[in-house]
Design a protein around this ligand. Structure first.
Ligand code: 2OP
Length: 232
């Protein structure tokens, strides 16, 4: 039986693509989808490289380094002030439209459920973003891999959930839109639920043969999972 849920934040509860709303203000005129994909891929590449090498830098610091790389690829020159504004815009990205309703129904449907965030981002950043978008109240714990200085999908990153919540990982549902996150959580012994956010999660999932325990198309789909015991 599921006693706790751990949610990924970026790309699962909040929509990374919405950062592009600041692009016109900064005079960034590019294919925003491609720009964001290169930024995100480089960011994860840096994070995983450091973890493999047993080194750590904060997710925010790596975001800035990956952004500088991406700006170079697109031959965009931003002033330090513009770069700062773009990085700060990460704090104001929009939640997916189903996030609030799904979380609120989960929380009221089973009062014993423990809801947590497990993000590669730092806890203070997650706290700020969740407060800004009105989702902070649904979470009992905001966990960050900064405690173990290893990024998801490293096994140690998921063990934080057991260390802090004291719930066996086999009774914790990891909810993420990233197949790499689902793969890591599954290896660590968690139950997994893939949230399909666009074509990307579907395609990657098919192509690398990940088999999440559950697949939902929105957070409200979590309410249908019997192991969560909604309404008891
Ligand atoms: C997270 O929030 C980066 O989506 C990833 O951990």
């Amino acid at each position: 039986m599921i006693e706790a849920l751990a949610f990924d934040l970026f790309g699962t509860l909040i929509d990374n693509a919405s950062i592009s709303k600041i692009f016109p203000d900064l005079d960034i005129r590019v294919d925003s989808k491609l720009f964001l994909e290169i930024w995100r891929s480089k960011h994860l590449q840096y994070a995983w490289l450091l973890t493999i090498m047993n080194r750590y830098e904060s997710f925010s610091a790596l975001s800035l380094k990956a952004l500088r790389f991406t700006l170079k690829v697109f031959e965009i020159e931003l002033s330090e002030e513009q770069t700062r504004r773009l990085i700060e815009a990460r704090m104001h990205i929009d939640p997916y439209p189903d996030s609030k309703m799904g979380l609120s129904k989960l929380k009221s449907g089973n009062k014993k459920l423990v809801l947590s965030i497990l993000s590669n981002g730092e806890a203070d950043i997650s706290n700020n973003i969740l407060s800004t978008v009105g989702l902070r109240e649904y979470f009992d714990h905001i966990l960050s891999v900064e405690d173990v200085r290893k990024y998801k999908p490293s096994g140690d990153a998921y063990k934080i959930v057991y260390d802090i919540l004291g719930v066996p990982l086999s009774n914790v549902l990891m909810v993420s839109s990233h197949t790499w996150d689902i793969a890591g959580a599954q290896s660590a012994g968690m139950v997994t639920c893939l949230v399909e956010r666009g074509e990307e999660s579907k395609m990657t999932s098919d192509q690398i043969g990940i088999s999440p325990d559950y697949i939902v198309s929105s957070l409200e789909g979590l309410l249908e999972i019997k192991e969560i015991s909604i309404g008891k």
